[in-house]
Write a protein that binds this ligand. Structure first.
Ligand code: G3I
Length: 373
């Protein structure tokens, strides 16, 4: 009995030879998820990539098999003025990923938010024409995707195109070009790098209206000859949202359309919610700071810590159950210290949404996630 178990273990180890434990023998997140061919991803910032944050690079390379730029590939950063590209930060990030054998994800090509200020405006300051916007969008995609051809594993091609109720978000792309902008963007990205994976990415993907619209979109875009490799469920989660069964349902429903599912921006905000806060991740949502919305300035209390651990485990149990459908799970940041959730939707709070604390130490729940997988 023992001998056969030993044999099975050996066979299992041989089968995952690309995922070796860390040098000291301990398994990390990327080993555990890698066993199931799931990339363990993380969003990184410019300071981390440049080595200006003590410990960050070691934590990133030891625990993750994929990186994505939290900000430096966004349009406003890459091309702040017409025809004036700034690629230094993005180049460094891609090189960092390559040096460390990580899959680099590109984020993002078409997004109404953080668009370059000139992008939707003509020379006279009026709204750009449809033809011009199509041409600018295609040019942006071919320039950026083309620059990293063969080096970026997959692109968030269109980000946050749909509202929670399933209607098209009224972005300048939609209003000026019409819904075809998504098809045009996907085709331009595929043309610029036929080997890169292509994704549609959005938050609040457990909302039924949004889910149904993405299903309709995927089917329709495929009929029009577009390739979509995966749907990105951003997964900016909270202590009591999303509803877990709706979240699972979205995973099943997207997978049934013949695409992979990815958790592309996972984090967990357990701070008190301002009244009228509807969840999601609309960058523009803002609520006034009040002391009672910021109760853990010196650390989580026992109850909050338990909520954090239980909730993270609940999500990872779902991921384990659906592991065949998932190709990547990306955390939206390495350490609590730099998470966007310290400033959103209320500026200046102390938030604890990620898997590594403010000193870049793994939280206890990380080991539990590893054991789960
Ligand atoms: O870099 C400047 C700095 O020079 C300046 O002093 C400072 C003052 O506000 O701002 C800094 O830029 C900020 C940048 O993050 C870097 O920290 C921007 O104001 C701020 O708007 C920006 O926020 C980012 C946000 O997207 C908007 O681009 C967050 O870091 C980033 O986590 C967030 O990520 C988005 C995904 O791309 C799409 N899905 C939702 C997700 C969360 O909003």
């Amino acid at each position: 009995m023992k001998a056969s178990l030993y044999l099975i273990s050996l066979i299992a180890l041989a089968g995952c030879s690309t995922q070796q434990p860390a040098k000291d023998g301990t398994l990390t997140l990327k080993d555990a998820l890698g066993k199931h061919e799931i990339l363990a991803g993380v969003a990184v910032n410019v300071d981390e990539v440049a080595g200006r944050v003590p410990k960050a690079q070691d934590v990133i390379t030891a625990n993750f098999s994929s990186i994505v730029a939290e900000n430096c590939m966004k349009q406003e950063k890459i091309v702040p003025e017409q025809d004036k590209y700034f690629f230094d930060d993005a180049d460094s990030l891609v090189a960092f990923g390559e040096r460390n054998g990580m899959k680099v994800i590109g984020h993002c090509l078409v997004w109404h938010s953080q668009a370059a200020p000139w992008f939707f405006t003509d020379a006279k300051g009026g709204e750009v024409s449809r033809d011009t916007l199509i041409s600018r969008m295609k040019n942006h995609i071919s320039t950026v995707v083309g620059r990293y051809k063969g080096r970026i594993y997959g692109w968030d091609v269109v980000n946050e195109a749909i509202e929670d109720d399933g209607s098209y978000r009224q972005t300048p792309y939609y209003k000026i070009i019409g819904p075809e902008y998504i098809e045009i963007a996907l085709k331009a990205a595929e043309e610029a790098d036929p080997d890169a994976e292509l994704y549609l990415n959005d938050f609040s993907m457990s909302k039924p209206g949004k889910r149904d619209k993405y299903v309709e979109l995927v089917k329709d875009l495929k009929l029009k000859g577009c390739r979509i490799d995966a749907i990105g469920m951003q997964s900016h989660n909270g202590g009591d949202y999303p509803d877990l069964s709706e979240y699972e349902k979205s995973m099943d429903t997207f997978a049934a359309c013949g695409v992979k599912v990815m958790m592309t921006e996972l984090d967990l905000n357990i701070l008190p919610k301002p009244e009228d806060f509807g969840g999601g991740a609309n960058v523009g949502d803002e609520f006034k700071y009040r002391d009672e919305l910021d109760p853990y300035k010196d650390g989580l209390d026992e109850q909050a810590q338990k909520l954090f651990d239980d909730r993270y485990l609940a999500f990872f149990k779902i991921y384990e159950k659906h592991k065949e459908q998932i190709s990547r799970i990306t955390l939206w940041g390495v350490s609590d210290k730099t998470s966007w959730l310290n400033d959103w939707p209320v500026e200046g709070r102390t938030s604890y949404p990620l898997l590594f604390d403010r000193d870049y130490n793994a939280k206890p729940v990380v080991q539990k996630i590893i054991e789960l997988f």
